[in-house]
Each structure stands twice: as C-alpha cells, then as structure tokens.
Write a protein that binds this ligand. Structure first.
Ligand code: 4AD
Ligand code: MG
Length: 461
C-alpha cells in the first residue's frame, strides 16, 4: 500500500506502517544515520524520514541522496521529538527512483518568484507554487459545487469563435493561411474565404454571447474555461490566457446578478477557509499577513454597493491626488478601484450603473439614457474581480448600441434572434479565476497563480 502524506497526517497514528513516495527536499546527516525531508505534493507538510546507516544500500546510495531525488520510504510512524512536526518516519527500507545531480535548480534556499517563473516546469515542487496548485484545484471544485447546488447547468462554449464578445478587438487570430503568402482578393486584401473556417476566426475573449443562448433555453447556465486576450498590457493583473467563470441567468435583473456574484465570492472564500487551512496559513505567514483576514471579511461581511456616480463623488471628495484625474464619465482606473475598496470602504465594493460610453455594447441601457446596468466587483489588493451586467433585451436598442460601437450587426444575427424570439430579461457576470487566486493567496503577480502564464513576449513551456 502506498500512502499520501496528506492522508497519513490526517488519519494515521504513531505505530502505523506506511509507504511514502516523494521528492527529497533536504538530507541532513547525523552519526550513523540521515534525515530525509520528503514531500509528495499532497499537502504543504512533508515527513522527515529517519534513515539508519544499517540499511543495506546506505553507504553506496542513501548517504549520497541529493535535494530533488525521488524516493520510496517504508517505515513506522513514531512521535517526533523535533519541533513543528507530529510524526517522523523510522525507515526500514528506502528505494531511490532517481537522483538529482547538483545542478538541480531548486537547491534548498529561498528562490525569488521571478526566478521560479523561469523554471515553471519545476516550480510546483516548491511550497509556494504547490500551495497555489492545491488552492486552484480546491476553488475549481467549489465553482462547480456552487453552481450545481443552485440549479445552474455547466455549458461548454466554443474556444474558437467568429464574434468579438467585448467588441474591443483584442483577439488572437486563428488561421491556417500561409502567413508569408496568403491568398488575396482583388484589390489586395487577404482572402479569408480560403481560410479554414471560410471567414476570419479568433480565440474567444469570453463565452458570454454563446452562454446567453443557452440561458435563454435552460434558465441558468455557467461556463468555466480558458479565455484569451491580445491586449498588450504587461501588468501584474493581466494574462493573455486566463480562466473565467461566466454564469448567465434568464429572468435575472441587475440586482439578482449582484446578489449571485456576492454569494459566489463569499462561498469561494468560505470553501478555501474550510478546506485549505494549512496552505492559507502558509500564505498568511510568508506572503501577506492580511490575506486570511481579507478572506474572512469577504466571507462574512456584506459587500458595499454604490453607483458609479456615487463612486466618482467619493473619489472627488476624498481629496486624494490620483495619477488619472477623476470626473464623471471617465473609466475607473485600477488606482481608483483600489482606493475605493482599500481606503474608503475597506471591504469588497460593487459599483453599478456605469456611463454607457465606457462599457460593452450588450449592457442594458437604463431609463436615464446615460448609464447601463453594469456592475463591477472590486476587492482589496486586486481591484476588479468581477464584471457583469443585465443584458440589453430590446432588439431596437441593441441594434442602435451596436451601431454606436461600429459593430456590424449582420455578424450578430443569431445574438439578435434571442431578442426577436421570446426575448426576456437576463443577466450574468464573469469572474477572473486568476484574480480570485490572487485574492486568496495574497500573491502580487498573476503570473504566479497559473501553471504556465501567457503574456506579451512569453509562451515558454
Ligand atoms: O470585465 P470582463 O472583460 O467581462 C467579460 O468578459 C464579460 N463578458 C463577463 C460577463 O458578463 N459574462 O472580464 C471579466 C473578468 C474581469 O473582471 C477580470 O477579473 C477578468 O475577467 N479578466 C482578466 N483576468 C486576467 N487577465 C486578463 N487579461 C483579464 N481580463 C479580464
Ligand atoms: Mg471588466
């Protein structure tokens, strides 16, 4: 029987016979024995194996085991005399699967997160990235349980699409044309009729538009998948490939949408607190001393809700000097978002009813003719975590909004059909999974919370 260290620490007791498989973090030698600190990735803690010099392969092999080597240890759990661990493993047999030569890049010392990004294939063997990976797994599970328990169906929207959901044009082209010598139409433009799909196609920036079609048939749906944005923003909050959760619900208004999003974030936070205690304590100790209190506060307090107009007033009356000056109609910048959530309210804030000019074409125009039923959720340390809205369900208003944005409405014929045939109010939002991961880990850079980050100039691994 093989045991995972997480299971051993959770349920085995002193005297148990166990077999662990893992990687040696360090070897220390005593008189006639060695200590191997073994970690198997199942949890933050490793187990210290006490390896006696009397083992047959001790002199020839075990005394030379290096950091990074993979081993199997059989032995008996005994109460540990050492600090910081409950048990150690008195080894009766140690098998070495593979040694790690001295050029192993993860020698026992503190490595910077920047350095670890350069060895992204090995970094899950570190405490920090291992804890990130366990939290990602745990929150993914929580995403599905949250929606499944509330009657939302999981829908798989396409990755390759011919429509631009956000209308922002920041898309990656998908093509099989010969870039060096593409077919041309008369006049010199590229002949996309000869491309794989017979027209220009891209990687999706959001599953929302297709998600809406299923909500307008099944009531409540959600997507959870990768999305792609070719925005050239080299920031600690943006990735070119990120994961988004997008629920969409028929007959929901903006208020229902805000309630759902708030409940969702609260449940994710609660799930992490209930299931990832060791990893969260590690982040609190090693990364940011406020991470647990931020999660606890998001899990228990209700979020502040203010209109965009009120938010602008608050920022103006704060007297604070911002790099980007504030006035009604400007897009709220990251510095403003953080000021609202971190300084003014000190908790998550939902800002709603934004000027129509700064939001996407599909958001429902309010009766004032100036604002749309949009909402963003801002959280301490991050800024925008969620963007959502009630959707424009009046076909004439939607068409005129598309024209305002310079979009070709004929390309959105199927999206307009939803309004033409049995149209109804509906709403949804998108939560950036990596931004949520930043919130629960306290890490500063989004490149550290996804296994293989994609950003301008980087697609290694
Ligand atoms: O605000 P966004 O652009 O909204 C949408 O895509 C809508 N279609 C969602 C919907 O209503 N169904 O993006 C939603 C969230 C943002 O709040 C942010 O958390 C995250 O996605 N996000 C990014 N995360 C990492 N890197 C990027 N480049 C991101 N762009 C957006
Ligand atoms: Mg947004």
């Amino acid at each position: 029987m093989q045991n995972r260290i997480a299971d051993i620490l959770a349920s085995a007791g002193a005297g148990a016979e166990v077999v662990i498989n893992g990687w040696v973090r360090t070897r220390r030698d005593g008189k006639g024995f060695s200590f191997f600190e073994v970690n198997d990735g199942s949890c933050l803690s490793g187990i210290q194996a006490v390896v006696p010099g009397t083992l047959g392969n001790y002199e020839s092999q075990l005394a030379h085991v290096t950091t990074g080597s993979s081993v199997r240890v059989r032995g008996t759990l005994v109460d540990s005399p050492g600090q910081g661990q409950k048990y150690e493993l008195q080894a009766s047999e140690v098998f070495v699967y593979g040694m790690a030569p001295s050029d192993y890049p993860l020698q026992k010392k503190k490595h910077s997160l920047e350095y670890l990004r350069e060895i992204a294939h090995l970094r899950p063997r570190t405490n920090t990235i291992g804890a990130v990976a366990r939290l990602r797994n745990s929150l993914s599970y929580a995403v599905h349980s949250f929606f499944q328990e509330r009657g939302f169906f999981y829908v798989h929207t396409p990755i390759i699409t011919a429509s631009d959901c956000e209308g922002a044009g920041e898309m990656f082209r998908v093509s099989t044309l010969d870039i060096d010598n593409p077919p041309r139409v008369e006049g010199g433009g590229i002949d996309y009729g000869k491309d794989f799909f017979g027209k220009p196609a891209n990687l999706t920036v959001s599953g929302q538009l297709e998600g809406e079609t299923y909500a307008m048939a099944m009531g409540r749906i959600y997507t959870f998948g990768p999305t792609f944005r070719a925005e050239n923003s080299n920031t600690a909050r943006h990735l070119a490939e990120f994961w988004m959760i997008e629920p969409e619900a028929a007959f929901f208004r903006l208020k229902d949408d805000m309630d759902l999003a708030e409940d969702f974030i609260r449940c994710l936070c609660k799930h992490a607190l209930d299931n990832n205690k060791d990893d969260l304590e590690f982040f609190n100790r090693r990364v940011s001393p406020t991470v647990i209190s931020n999660i606890e506060s998001a899990a228990s307090q209700s979020f502040e809700r203010i209109t965009y107009t009120e938010a602008i007033d608050k920022l103006l009356s704060s007297g604070n000097q911002f790099q980007y000056p504030v006035s009604w109609g400007v897009d709220i910048q990251s510095e403003h978002e953080r000021y609202l959530t971190e300084v003014i309210f000190k908790k998550p804030v939902i800002v709603y009813d934004y000027p129509k000019e700064i939001k996407a074409f599909y958001m429902r125009l309010n009766d004032d003719g100036k604002t749309v039923g949009a909402m963003d959720i801002l959280v301490p340390g991050i800024g925008e975590l969620v963007g959502g809205s009630e959707r424009e369900d009046r076909v004439d208003v939607l068409i005129s909004r598309m024209r305002d944005f310079g979009l070709d409405e004929s390309k959105y014929w199927w999206y307009l059909d939803l309004r033409k045939y049995g149209g109804a109010p509906h709403a949804g939002f998108g939560l950036g999974f990596e931004r949520m991961m930043l919130f629960v880990t306290g890490l500063q850079n989004i490149r550290d919370v996804i296994p293989y980050p994609r950003y301008p100039g980087n697609a290694e691994f």
